[in-house]
Design a protein around this ligand. Structure first.
Ligand code: ATP
Length: 250
């Protein structure tokens, strides 16, 4: 098991956005988190990545209690995330964006002495190119990130998240904002990330059920901050509580 949340709870005023959520995630698994709007999905991600702290409960990652650790420490421990709204530097080129992600992760660890700097920059460039090749964007390396089609921006966003070679990748709606014909490309990217690193654990928030079925072996359903179902995509789709949560009133 790579990640465990124990009775994780987060309140915003009178709203309990995440309500005593206890979940375990196996190393190398792909889990989709679904749920109606306001279910607490993004808040759950924010708690795991450290953007916000819970009111109560614990987060155990690789056996360590990370509940109150700041986000950059969690990132160094191998937790990475992409955001629902792509977070690139639109006026920088594609390769400059990736270089920033590579340096962001490695800068703190390296010895930036005057003698090592040239070699480090070379290494950074090599690593950035390696990452761009993974997503077939090497031919667009010198284009401005903001000028890329949505699907390419999404790929760039994901590849920047994996620049840190994470053990746990949190993907917040990786297909949101994409045209139907752009989605298969992102689905196959996620599959290839997983097949090239069997130890990579992926948790993704995703609304599109066909994408969920295609990618995830497990689906967790949140509703009003609580886990209301947890199982295979097929079982969860047939669960009466889930049908009620999606169709009834909310
Ligand atoms: P969506 O699918 O719409 O993104 P979600 O499942 O990600 O929804 P959250 O964004 O986690 O849901 O929100 C859960 C609840 O917490 C909502 O009622 C939301 O309004 C509330 N909430 C989230 N963040 C804050 C905040 N910073 N301040 C106040 N309330 C918040």
């Amino acid at each position: 098991m790579i990640l465990k949340t124990e009775s994780l709870t987060k309140r915003f005023g009178g709203i309990i956005a995440v309500n005593r959520v206890t979940l375990s995630f196996e190393k190398g698994s792909i889990t989709a988190i679904i749920g109606p709007n306001g279910a607490g999905k993004t808040t759950f991600f924010n708690l795991i990545s450290g953007l916000i702290r819970p009111d109560s409960g614990r987060i155990i990652y690789r056996g360590k209690n990370i509940t109150v650790l700041p986000p950059h420490v969690r990132a160094r421990m191998g937790i990475a995330r992409s955001f629902q709204n792509v977070s690139l530097f639109p006026h920088l080129t594609v390769i400059e964006n990736v270089r920033l992600a590579v340096q962001g992760v490695n800068g703190g660890r390296r010895n930036w002495s005057i003698f090592s700097r040239a070699l480090d920059m070379e290494e950074v460039n090599m690593e950035a190119l390696r990452l761009l090749k993974l997503v077939n964007l090497e031919n667009k390396a010198l284009e401005l990130a903001g000028s890329l089609p949505q699907a390419d921006q999404r790929k760039l966003d994901i590849v920047m998240a994996i620049a840190s070679r994470p053990s746990l990748l949190l993907l917040d709606e990786p297909t949101s904002g994409l045209a139907v014909e752009e989605i298969p490309d992102i689905v196959s990217l996620i599959k290839s990330l997983r097949s090239s690193n069997k130890d990579l654990t992926i948790i993704m928030i995703e609304h599109k059920l066909d994408v969920v079925e295609d990618l995830a072996e497990r689906v967790v359903v949140l509703h009003e901050g609580r886990v209301i179902a947890d199982g295979s995509p097929g079982d969860v789709a047939r669960d009466p509580l889930v049908v009620e949560a999606y169709l009834g009133g909310s």
